[in-house]
Design a protein around this ligand. Structure first.
Ligand code: HEC
Length: 276
């Protein structure tokens, strides 16, 4: 509520030109003054309360951040204390608590003990070698065609070429045996033998063992071995010994042609000599 101004009196005497700031308050406005005071009273009280409230909020606002930080500090302190307590009480003889280990651990097989795990990998087109089955332990099988340590290979020796231990050996996949119910095996053995021959023999003994390989020009006198003479000269066991341990200047192949594969090689060589 403002003091009566010149404008209020100006309305009453509309015909006169009002002089600003010098007009006397009209009696009616004076009469309103006590009423004005009464009407203002609740407003003043409300304003006072508002001020008090504002002051309270201000005080409160200043305190709030401090309380928040005390709370956060206490929480962190509790976490640290908890972790520390847990650590100090840990049993170091036991495995840690693990959070979502996923695939960190695989099935652990005892290396020297029997298991049939590899049976899962047994496929028609790539069967697990018999020695792995016999072996039957947790070790991974060597890649096909490789010679594993300790595999039967060197029991003969170069000097045993004429020994009955050599001459008496029989080819388990001899051509004459691959008939009847073993006829299906014949193609496989010959196909594999051919691959092995190309890989291991052809460089010296020529394509299909006909001799005349380029190396013969450099002093390695590797003869033709697809001949009737060679066929009749050696028994299968002797060929096995020659391939395993070498023959005069011919190098040994025991270290890189697997035991069973050497027999397939001989079967293939025999097929080259057939009818010669
Ligand atoms: C590094 C060259 C070389 C390679 C590779 C080689 N040979 Fe020979 N091979 C020879 C030589 C040289 C002789 C002749 C040795 C001698 O008569 O003194 C020979 C001899 C032979 C003989 C006896 C021949 C005869 O006249 O009686 C046979 C059988 C034979 N090799 C088979 C093979 C087979 C099977 C392979 C593949 C596994 C092979 N060789 C790989 C060099 C080689």
């Amino acid at each position: 509520m403002s003091e009566p101004t010149g404008n209020a009196s100006g309305n009453a005497t509309a015909t006169e030109t009002p002089r600003r700031g010098t007009v006397e308050p009209v009696p009616f406005a004076d009469a309103l003054k006590p009423l004005e005071k009464i009407m203002n009273a609740p407003i003043d009280i409300a304003a006072a309360k508002l001020d008090a409230g504002r002051a309270f909020i201000e005080r409160h606002d200043r305190k709030q951040p401090a309380r928040l930080w005390i709370g956060i500090g206490a929480l962190l302190g509790a976490i640290v204390a908890g972790v520390l307590a847990g650590y100090l009480q840990r049993d170091f003889g036991k495995r840690n608590l693990e959070y979502m280990p996923d695939m960190a651990y695989s099935k652990a097989w005892e290396s020297q003990l029997r298991n049939d795990y590899f049976a899962e990998y047994d496929r028609e087109d790539q069967p697990i070698p018999q020695y792995i089955r016999d072996w039957g332990t947790a070790e991974m099988p060597p890649p096909p065609g490789t010679v594993y340590r300790g595999q039967r290979s060197l029991e003969l020796g170069k000097d045993k070429l004429m020994d009955p231990a050599t001459t008496g050996m029989l080819n388990p996949v001899a051509l004459r045996d691959l008939t009847g119910d073993r006829a299906a095996e014949r193609e496989k053995v010959l196909a594999r033998g051919k691959v092995l021959f190309r890989q291991n023999c052809q460089a010296c003994h020529g394509v299909d063992g006909i001799g005349g390989a380029p190396v013969t020009d450099f002093g390695i006198g590797a003869p033709a071995i697809n001949t009737g003479v060679v066929r009749d000269r050696w028994k299968d066991g002797q060929l096995f010994n020659i391939i395993s341990n070498g023959y005069n200047t011919m190098p040994a192949h025991a270290s890189h042609v697997e035991y069973d594969e050497r027999w397939k090689l001989i079967t293939y060589l025999r097929s080259l000599q057939e009818g010669k």
